[in-house]
Design a protein around this ligand. Structure first.
Ligand code: AMP
Length: 212
């Protein structure tokens, strides 16, 4: 199964991708997670990306497409993958189409998770994330543990770009640069939409139903 989970920041793409990964055994590929790892390690790619991610702007398409080309070529992607946070521009979607063509492969579905902007601002400003494994917590819904319930690391923190001003900027970037992809995938007959403003488990059940 080759799947794109699509939607604005904070709609729950990462949470849903992790649940599908556990069930279907195919990797979640989050360009945001890959960039954050590169930034932490201080690599040349990380140094280039940091100025964009800190401001909530998109990292240039060529850098992102290089990351994806490299990642989709790894053996664990042979049975399929879930793309989370990629593509984010029409140029990235076209690059992906070309890459999959070269690999004699194609997408099975693009699932858009829909959540209103104000709900997203509330979700993201109360979000905490494990820097080590990506597990997501919410200060409004739970007590944040000292160590991550998933990987056991003491690495739960607020992302620098999860502050209200940057969140609103990221939503603007999504609406201008990423939302046009809805038409791109609708025209290709791949797009399905789900109401993401519900309990995680309810969204997961509907998603699995769409993929069955
Ligand atoms: P995310 O974790 O998906 O919200 O991504 C965090 C940040 O990483 C974004 O605000 C962008 O600066 C950058 N980023 C992640 N994925 C992409 C992408 N596909 N294209 C451009 N920038 C990206």
């Amino acid at each position: 199964m080759r799947l794109i989970l699509f939607g604005a920041p904070g709609v729950g793409k990462g949470t849903q991708a992790r649940k599908i990964t556990l069930k279907a055994g195919i990797p979640q590929i989050s360009t945001g997670d890959i960039l954050r790892q590169q930034i932490r390690s201080g690599s040349p790619l990380g140094q280039k990306a940091k100025e964009f991610t800190d401001q909530g702007n998109l990292v240039p398409d060529e850098l992102i497409l290089d990351i994806i080309r490299d990642r989709l070529g790894k053996p664990d992607c042979a049975p399929g993958f879930i793309l989370d946070g990629f593509p984010r521009t029409v140029a990235q979607a076209e690059g992906l189409e070309q890459l999959l063509g070269e690999m004699e492969s194609q997408l099975d579905a693009v699932i858009a998770l829909e959540v209103g902007d104000e709900a997203i601002v509330q979700r993201l400003s109360s979000r905490r994330v494990c820097r080590s494994c990506g597990e997501v917590y919410n200060v409004l819904l739970e007590e944040i543990p000292k160590v991550c319930r998933h990987c056991g690391e003491a690495a739960i923190e607020q992302r620098a770009d999860d502050r209200e001003e940057t969140i609103r900027h990221r939503l603007g970037v999504f609406n201008r640069q990423t939302a046009p992809l809805l038409d791109f995938y609708r025209e290709r007959g791949l797009l399905k939409s789900i109401d993401g403003d519900r309990a995680v488990e309810d969204v997961h059940q509907e998603l699995m139903g769409l993929l069955a």
